[in-house]
Design a protein around this ligand. Structure first.
Ligand code: RIB
Length: 298
């Protein structure tokens, strides 16, 4: 099984239940506030571990982040590469509506205090058979991509949150893009899923692109072969971390030698279970829960 190095964020998620997303100039009161462990990075590390993968998390927290490191370690994640820095742990303000949709405001904090020397240090024990995954909530992503590429490692990139600067990253090094329609549309200038996948294939011929489509399932362009998988039907409680659950399960499966089709199926099932529960990391199922879930494709 390939080892996975996840260079990713760790956030405190402040989750507010609202009747609708707050609009410009508007003040609304939330019904509840809950505090969860989150961060696209932390969620993905937990998903990889709960799927049975071998994962090391690299990133940074502030003095207030010790519990998150302990939580990752308790999940079996290697936490040797999480530094404590002089900045507060990242946090988010997440609004969740009654139908489970969310919108997220991120304060990156410690997540964007990584240095190039830190990146050099964390790559030392990894080699060309290993996989590195990155999102876009930390800094140093382009540098880490170049370092991983120099080592011959395979790179998975989840360009979230999308920023125009991502177009300037060394994306030709990437082996797997895992993105949603907004991110795919921003990278390609296209709107339709088929067009996004075609353009991704033209721009990055060496990469597999996995395009998640929410309730419409997932499409994948694997060296010109288009693979589709439907979403599983569940009662939606909270969509937060559904994408992270999908990404972690997909990569963990691929790292374990599973074919793309089966990996997409397992990842779709895991994501469906996660949306039926509240919270980010808290909503990610174990592999046994995924395998025993009786879900119907929508
Ligand atoms: O993808 C969900 C995550 O995005 C949340 O846990 C939040 O921390 C933001 O990073």
């Amino acid at each position: 099984m390939a080892k996975i190095l996840n260079i990713g964020s760790i956030n405190i998620d402040y989750v507010y239940a609202v009747s609708h997303f707050v609009k410009a100039g508007e003040t609304i009161a939330s019904n509840t506030r809950q505090i969860f462990a989150g961060g696209k990075g932390l969620n993905q590390s937990i998903a990889i571990a709960r799927c049975g993968g071998d994962v090391a998390h690299a990133g940074a927290v502030g003095d207030d982040g010790e519990d998150f490191v302990k939580m990752l370690a308790a999940e079996g994640v290697d936490t040797s590469f999480i530094d404590t820095v002089k900045a507060p742990t990242g946090h988010t303000i997440i609004q969740v509506t009654g139908d489970g949709q969310n919108c997220i405001l991120l304060y990156p904090g410690a997540n964007r205090e990584l240095s190039e020397s830190f990146i050099d240090r964390i790559f030392a024990p990894f080699g060309k058979d290993d996989i590195v995954v990155m999102q876009n909530e930390t800094n140093c992503v382009p540098y880490a991509m170049r370092r991983a590429s120099d080592k011959g490692m395979r790179i998975a990139f989840n360009p979230s949150p999308f920023e125009p600067g991502i177009g300037g990253y060394p994306l030709e090094c990437v082996s797997w893009f895992i993105l949603n329609e907004i991110e795919g549309g921003s990278l390609t200038g296209k709107e339709r899923p088929d067009d996004i996948l075609t353009t991704m294939g033209e721009k990055y011929p060496n990469a597999v692109t996995v395009l998640t489509l929410g309730e419409d399932g997932v499409m994948c362009n694997a060296n010109g072969k288009i693979i589709r998988h439907g979403a599983y039907k569940v009662q939606v409680a909270d969509t937060t971390a559904a994408g992270d659950t999908f990404t972690g399960y997909f990569l963990s499966s691929i790292a374990g030698g599973m074919e793309i089709e089966e990996s997409l199926m397992l990842a779709s099932k895991a994501a469906a279970v996660s949306v039926s529960r509240k919270g980010a990391a808290a909503s990610i199922p174990s592999i046994n829960e995924v395998r025993s879930a009786h879900l119907v494709e929508g």
